[in-house]
Design a protein around this ligand. Sequence first.
Ligand code: ADP
Length: 381
Amino acid sequence: MTPSPESPVAVLCSGGDAPGMNAFLRAVVRLGLNRHKIPVYGIRDGYRGLVRAARQVNGDAEALVQLKQEISRNTGHRGLIDAQQSIIQMDHASVSGIMGKGGTILGSARCLDFHKPEVRREVITLLEKLGVRALIVSGGDGSLTGAKLLAAESNLRIIGVPATIDNDLQFTEMSLGVDTAVHTLVWAVDHFIDTARSHRRVMVLETMGRESGDLARMAALASGAEMVITPEGGALTEERMTMLAEKIEGAMTRGRGHAIVLIAEGVKFEPEQKRNGAYILRDAFQAYFGREGAPFPDLEVRPSVLGHLQRGGHATPGDCILAARFAEEAWKSLLDPNGMNGITALRYNKVEIVPFGCEDLPERSVHSAAMDQLHDDLANW
Ligand code: ADP
């Protein structure tokens, strides 16, 4: 069913927040109101907000009337201020001044209940009763899986929009938030370099990225970090860690004064380890540099786990532009009577819809390996 001026389109942010979500919400709302003349409902706290609203109504006609009244009475800022209101009719002002702001004004959440088919059925029934015919979900891998299930189990039009700093979605070259997170990491590396240079130290910085090394490798390329270790390169054994330490020591003997090493959080170890990778690598490097007869016995290694610092902050222009392009494509697809349910993706610098179920883009691993090689050739001394 195609949306119309009588049937609002709903939008939500789900899973881990990512910079660019707000720029995306602004674009969805403004395109809906200005270009397509279709109202937009903002759903608070992702799927959790939908489940909450569905339970509030719970098949009761009177409760449904009350919910509809709440939505039409408390629009825009009034609805956003009331933390109890799960569904808000968005207006121009409600998305004013939010473009680059990190996080999401609608809130994001994880909702375990949404894994249950009967809970998703309650949500579908609610949306149908509210006259909502289309839903736009921005989030990461898990959120987009939820969106795919909703699409399969209902007559709703569903569009997913990749938003995660991890860049772990194979079908799109970039997700919302990645550009900003890379920017933040470059900023962080710049700060660590000052100390590393002054003290002739090795800094091991652990980045986010879940199972993907993309964030670390992009940050390494953009910052000039001396070494990057990603999950795609295989598990780190004692032997490999010694080889990496040798490489750093070799560069030091050729005149390099410091080293910044990025290690992605998804890197595995053999034998398996419980601690953060940055600490394990620090211990291995420190032991090697301090060995009997080593050329730099005083060389210190300092680890740092960068953590959630990478998720926040002002979205870069690159993310704001991608947000607008994803929003435009989402609307285009929703309004096309032959449009398919799927996910917006950036491929060869074009934004397109990848239908649910066709999310693989195998050439990504080739691209990652080429980027690693490029980094290696740029960073080696
Ligand atoms: P992200 O979207 O950032 O990857 P999660 O993996 O935590 O974050 O997923 C966010 C939410 O998406 C979950 O809390 C849940 O509500 C929904 N979700 C995730 N996986 C599924 C699934 N397999 N089935 C239904 N809903 C899911």
